[in-house]
Design a protein around this ligand. Structure first.
Ligand SMILES: CC(C)(COP(=O)(O)OP(=O)(O)OC[C@H]1O[C@@H](n2cnc3c(N)ncnc32)[C@H](O)[C@@H]1OP(=O)(O)O)[C@@H](O)C(=O)NCCC(=O)NCCS
Length: 321
């Protein structure tokens, strides 16, 4: 028997308001055609003032708990990945804990931007396997619309708001269920290529997203293909063994190019970027929840998750459902 972090449930939440490319083009100098051709994005959800990273995260967490058949009081660890916390402090994870009515447990945020969910998942996996908790909530939740410069058409069309969550349970398994391997990377010398031009310790403001799109694109394809290769090698499997890839949903062209590099057929890639745009740390758990709920991802499937974001940071995980 091996102690592993096993996926027990998934959930997601999207803001009420959905904005199409055509609606966006009414206030930004862009077009549906340009956005679809360059990114594959058609819609994004945008949070209203009463919808925050913590409220969306809590809504996704409630769904994941229900899917796992657990109560908030069963949770010993909450890790929330975000680049758009409700407040500079406390951690939004503690706000989610309060909204869920969960009693004393471990709760903290992870900041790795679009790779945040992979970082949070990897930390939760380690903590569950060393006995820190029996059940963990791992959440990716973002309100990126709050840090977009709506005058900068090169960035504001790309992002959306939302949340995704998973419950992981520490289980003694006799087979290969659970998280089998994770890999994380960061190369801080590229921190100026995708960043927010504000913060508590520098400008004292929240700031706006700034990006060198072409450079990000180039690094993303190379890094994501490499890290997927690493997790597959870690478990001695190849791309043909993979049932589903759940990639970070930044850009359809990045997703297609990465899958092609690894020889993964498009039919095995979960795609939500058209509906949600780039929801940063929320994108992977949102897409995972969708594919679990519509019956594509089933018990016994081999699934790989991957993401890359500002820093640069990137990572991947491989798990048997
Ligand atoms: C952002 C991205 C779609 C831009 O595509 P691109 O082909 O590199 O386009 P460029 O930035 O070179 O711009 C090409 C032209 O389109 C224009 N343009 C930029 N944004 C536009 C928009 N929303 N609508 C219409 N035109 C736009 C530019 O001004 C430029 O015009 P010019 O040639 O007259 O100067 C692409 O670089 C990309 O997807 N990068 C990765 C971004 C990403 O995924 N980031 C998150 C990672 S976590």
């Amino acid at each position: 028997m091996t102690l592993r972090a096993v996926l027990a449930g998934t959930g997601s939440a999207l803001p009420r308001t959905r904005v199409s490319n055509a609606e966006l083009a009414e206030r930004v100098d862009t077009s549906d055609e340009w956005i679809v051709e360059r990114t594959g994005i058609r819609f994004r959800h945008v949070a209203e003032p009463d919808e925050t990273t913590a409220t969306l995260g809590a809504a996704a967490a409630r769904e994941a708990l229900a899917a796992a058949g657990l109560e908030p009081s069963d949770i010993g660890l909450i890790i929330l990945a975000t680049a758009t916390p409700d407040n500079t402090f406390p951690a939004s994870a503690t706000k989610v804990q309060a909204l869920l009515g969960a009693p004393d447990c471990i709760a903290f945020d992870v900041a790795a931007v679009c790779s945040g969910f992979l970082y949070a998942l990897s930390v939760a996996d380690s903590m569950l396997r060393t006995g820190a908790a029996k059940h963990a909530l791992v959440i990716g939740s973002e309100t990126f619309s709050r840090i977009l410069d709506w005058e900068d058409r090169a960035t504001c069309v790309l992002f959306g708001d939302g949340a995704g969550a998973v419950v992981l349970s520490a289980e003694d398994v006799a087979d290969d269920r659970g998280i089998l391997a994770t890999r994380l990377h960061a190369e801080g010398q590229y921190c100026d290529m995708l960043y927010v031009d504000g913060g508590p310790s520098t400008t004292g403001t929240v700031g706006h997203v700034r990006m060198q799109g072409r450079e990000v694109f180039r690094h993303a394809v190379t890094n994501l293909a490499a890290v997927l290769g690493e997790v597959l090698a870690d478990v001695g499997l190849s791309a043909s063994d993979v049932d589903w890839v759940v990639p970070h949903q930044a850009n359809k062209r990045i997703i297609d190019a990465t899958a092609k590099k690894l020889g993964l057929p498009a039919e095995r890639v979960v795609l939500t970027v058209d509906q949600h745009a780039n929801t940063s740390a929320a994108s992977v758990p949102l897409a995972l929840d969708l594919a679990v709920r519509d019956g594509r991802i089933r018990r016994g499937d081999l699934v790989v998750l991957e993401a890359m974001g500002g820093g640069f940071t990137w990572g991947a995980a491989i798990l048997r459902i």
